[in-house]
Design a protein around this ligand. Structure first.
Ligand SMILES: [Zn+2]
Length: 123
């Protein structure tokens, strides 16, 4: 006794809601894929339980890979793209950060490097 015999919500693919970018230059077609310089298997490992959600959404995968890459660059003391402003951190002193921050901050991403003995760039 179904009023809508043709309506089956489970037949709709979950991915239909997220259109793919036609200009995407990333290759995500196999195990050898690398996104933002990070191999897919490594991203899968880093994502842990969130991987199925990230893998299903190209824009989420892109954002996740970019975040991992930016963190790696920071851990090497390299300044990420767009960190063009000099901000004085209470812990680190003058450091390069992204635009739009106040002149002085109590803590910054470079604090993680400083506390772990990793390199901190000087602005
Ligand atoms: Zn700092």
């Amino acid at each position: 006794m179904s009023a809508f015999p043709e309506f089956n919500p489970f037949a709709i693919p979950a991915s239909s809601a997220s259109p793919q970018s036609p200009n995407s230059s990333n290759s995500t077609n196999s195990n050898g894929a690398i996104v933002h310089g990070i191999p897919l298997p490594e991203l899968r490992h880093l994502a842990g339980n969130d991987w199925s959600e990230i893998e299903a959404d190209p824009s989420l995968l892109e954002a996740f890979a970019a975040a991992v890459q930016a963190r790696r660059l920071r851990e090497q003391g390299q300044i990420p793209d767009g960190w063009t402003e000099t901000v004085t951190c209470a812990g680190c002193g003058p450091v390069p950060l992204w635009p739009g921050l106040p002149e002085k901050v109590l803590a910054c991403p470079w604090c993680f490097n400083r506390l772990r003995g990793l390199p901190v760039p000087r602005a």
